[in-house]
Design a protein around this ligand. Sequence first.
Ligand code: KIV
Length: 267
Amino acid sequence: MKREQVTVLTLQEKKQEGQKISMVTAYDYPFADLVDRAGIDCVLVGDSLGIVVQGHETTIPVTMDQMIYHTAIVRRAVRRALVIGDMPFLSYRTPEIAVANAGRFLQEGGAAAVKIEALGDQAAVVEALVRAGIPVMAHLGLTPQAVHRMGGYKVQGREEQAAQRLLEEAQTAEQAGAFAVLLEGIPAKLAKAVTERIGVPTIGIGAGPHCDGQVLVLHDLLGLFDRFTPKFVKRYAHLGAEALDALRRFKEEVESGVFPGEEQSFH
Ligand code: KIV
């Protein structure tokens, strides 16, 4: 496995060489360390932390200060992966606001890139970020910050017109300078068409197998979050169940006097 630092160029090379890109979210030091040690290419400090860490129903309450706090923690653990900070709701409404806030992700959080949910025409925002020297990933399709406009977390781009619009948005994002396009919750056939049509890597979540890479939310992948599980999630572990069992055993041993034993006691 290559150990050198992953950059936006590494991702571009991977697409050209037909190698798949892996990306996982992380929000704290121990898990960011594990993700990095596993050799995952990109760590996304996702605003999904609003749901899986803070317990909100949506990502909308997440603030810039919270994102910077978590990004800086993750950055301290990561040695190899590309750290991408996820810009929260309303933090990139205009090019000026976007540059100021994205700058914080790099300066205070130590991220190497940011992600924005491209709602409609965000070309001017992408261009301003790139001009400012900030690599940007455009998130298209099911964009969770627009949950109220979409009327729920629904698969996007099913109809012909919507699919065409998404294809054009991906091309616009590439022309504006985005280094990658994240495709969420769209039909696999559409994700394939986008992946073939644009020169920058596509990273999919609920977008089928044809993307250049795949991303999952860490807590879904590890079985640490079960309030709801989208169809596209694959569980690779059941850490929530294991943690619950460990905590129950600790409680029982405290109550029965088994813990602490001789080994855990000083004399
Ligand atoms: O916030 C996040 O974790 C994301 C992923 C769902 C891609 O945007």
